[in-house]
Design a protein around this ligand. Structure first.
Ligand code: PLP
Length: 429
C-alpha cells in the first residue's frame, strides 16, 4: 500500500528531524484536559507574581490549597514512630501486607468510624482518596457517563477525561461534553435539583463539599440515594471532610442513609482528620450489595484493581492509622479539627464584617465567599494577590458554577489566619 509507505516514511523523517520525539501517539484523552490541574496553576501564578515583585515574596500568605499545617499530635505520631521502629527488629519486621489493608485496621475503621454499619471486609485501605478515585475510574472504564457537582473537587472531572469518558471541553461553557454538571450554588442551597437533572451512570457527590463548604442534610442525601436507585446509577460519595461536621443530624457517611448500600460506595481519608496529607492514608468502602447491571459485584472488581495495581498502604502509615482510632487519637483529631474550624469562623466573620455573603465554614474547613455581581473569580484572585499578598482559590477553578465565588481555606496557622483577615478586610472592603 503506497500511501501507508509514504506516511511511515514521513513519520520516520519527522522523528529524525525533531529533537528526540518517540513514535508513540499521545493518549488523545490527555490532550483534552483543560490547562493544568488547578493547584499547580495557582502555584504558577503565585511564582509569576513573586518573579515580578521579589520584595513581596516574604509577605505572601496562603489560604489556597487545602493542605493541613498543624503538626501530627503526640499519640498519633507515636503510632507512626513505633511501627517504623518495629521494622528494625527481627520479630517486628514485615514485608508486603494484604493489598486491602491490615485486618486490624479495617476492623477498627468499621467499628470506630462507622459504628458497625459496614463490614470489615468492605473496607479497602489505601494511600489516599485521590488515588482511590482514579482506581474507581479504572473499574468503571471509558464507557460510562458521569455527573458531578458544579463546582466540585476537580479530580472527578479530570479523571473522567483521562479515562476517555468525555468529549472535548466547550470553550464557551467551560464544560466537557458527556459530563452532567449539577449546579450547586447559593440559589439552590448548594444542593442540585437532582430529580430534574439528566441521568448519569456514575454520580460523584462530596459532602461536606470542597469548595463550597456545604454539608448535605439527611433529607437531601435521602433524595440523592432515592434518585440514584430509581435510575440505576452508582453514587461515589466522597466523605474526606466528614470529621468537620459539627451540626447535629448531618450525616457523616452515606451509609447512614437507608438503601445506600445498594447504590453507593464511599471514599475517605486520614488526610484531613489527622494531618496525614503527606503521610498518605485513606480508605474506600464498597458494600457487598453494590452490583453492576449483570449482577457482578463492584467490590470484586475494585478488589481486583487493588490486588493487581496496588500493593497495599505502607505498614508504617497503617500503624499511624491504628493510633488515630485509639481513644487518645480520636481526641487529638477532635482538637485539630476544632482548631481549623475556629480559623474558618474567623475568616467567615472577617468577610461578613465587610459586607460579603459567606457560605460554608461551619461543617467544613472551607469558606466560600460570594463576590459582587459580575466580578470573575480569577480577577478577584489576582486582585487579592496583588493588593494583600494573600493566595486564595478562585471558585471557577472548581468548575464553571464556581465563578463569582472565592474559596478561603482554614488550613493555616492561627496567626496567619488573623493576619490574612486583617489584610482581606483592607483589600476587599
Ligand atoms: N477528596 C476531596 C474532596 C478533597 O478535597 C481531597 C483533597 O483535598 C481529597 C479527596 C484527597 O484526599 P487524599 O489526600 O486522601 O488523596
Amino acid at each position: 500500500n503506497p500511501s501507508s509507505t509514504t506516511t511511515s516514511r514521513h513519520a520516520r523523517s519527522d522523528r529524525s528531524t525533531a529533537i528526540s520525539m518517540s513514535g508513540v501517539t499521545r493518549n488523545p484523552n490527555f490532550a483534552k484536559l483543560a490547562g493544568g490541574y488547578l493547584f499547580p496553576e495557582i502555584g504558577r501564578r503565585r511564582t509569576a507574581y513573586i518573579a515580578d515583585n521579589p520584595d513581596m515574596a516574604d509577605r505572601i500568605i496562603s489560604l489556597g490549597i487545602g493542605d493541613t499545617t498543624q503538626p501530627i499530635p503526640e499519640h498519633i505520631l507515636g503510632g507512626l514512630v513505633s511501627s517504623a521502629a518495629k521494622l528494625g527488629t527481627k520479630e517486628g519486621y514485615s514485608g508486603y501486607g494484604a493489598e486491602q489493608g491490615m485486618a486490624v485496621l479495617r476492623a477498627k475503621i468499621a467499628d470506630k468510624l462507622y459504628g458497625g454499619i459496614i463490614k470489615d471486609s468492605e473496607v479497602f485501605v489505601s494511600d489516599g482518596a485521590k488515588c482511590d478515585i482514579m482506581r474507581i475510574q479504572q473499574v468503571f472504564g471509558p464507557g460510562v457517563t458521569t455527573a458531578v457537582q458544579d463546582p466540585s473537587y476537580p479530580v472527578y472531572v479530570d479523571t473522567s477525561v483521562m479515562m476517555g469518558q468525555t468529549g472535548n471541553i466547550n470553550p464557551d461553557t467551560k464544560q466537557y461534553e458527556n459530563i452532567v454538571y449539577m449546579p450547586c450554588t447559593a440559589e439552590n442551597d448548594f444542593f442540585p435539583d437532582i430529580e430534574n437533572i439528566p441521568r448519569a451512570d456514575i454520580v460523584y457527590f462530596c459532602s461536606p463539599n470542597n469548595p463550597t463548604g456545604a454539608a448535605a442534610t439527611k433529607e437531601q442525601l435521602e433524595r440523592l440515594v432515592k434518585v440514584c436507585k430509581e435510575r440505576g446509577s452508582i453514587l461515589v460519595f466522597d466523605a474526606a471532610y466528614a470529621p468537620f461536621i459539627r451540626t447535629e443530624g448531618v450525616p457523616k457517611s452515606i451509609f447512614e442513609i437507608e438503601g445506600a448500600r445498594e447504590v453507593a460506595l464511599e471514599c475517605n481519608s486520614f488526610s484531613k482528620y489527622a494531618g496525614f496529607t503527606g503521610v498518605r492514608l485513606g480508605w474506600t468502602v464498597v458494600p457487598d450489595e453494590l452490583t453492576f447491571a449483570d449482577g457482578s459485584k463492584v467490590r470484586d472488581d475494585f478488589n481486583r484493581v487493588m490486588t493487581t495495581a496496588f500493593n497495599g498502604a505502607s505498614n508504617i502509615v497503617q500503624g499511624g492509622g491504628l493510633a488515630c482510632l485509639d481513644d487518645e487519637g480520636l481526641a487529638e483529631i477532635n482538637t485539630l479539627i476544632d482548631y481549623y474550624l475556629e480559623n474558618a469562623k474567623l475568616l467567615k466573620e472577617a468577610m461578613e464584617s465587610i459586607g460579603y455573603k459567606v457560605y460554608g465554614g461551619t461543617d467544613a474547613p472551607y469558606v466560600f465567599v460570594r463576590l459582587p455581581d459580575g466580578k470573575s473569580s480569577w480577577d478577584a484572585f489576582t486582585e487579592i494577590l496583588e493588593k494583600a499578598q494573600v493566595v486564595t482559590i478562585p471558585g471557577a477553578g472548581f468548575g464553571p458554577g464556581g465563578d463569582g465565588y472565592l474559596r478561603l481555606s482554614a488550613f493555616a496557622p492561627r496567626d496567619t489566619v488573623i493576619e490574612a483577615c486583617g489584610r482581606l478586610k483592607k483589600a476587599m472592603a
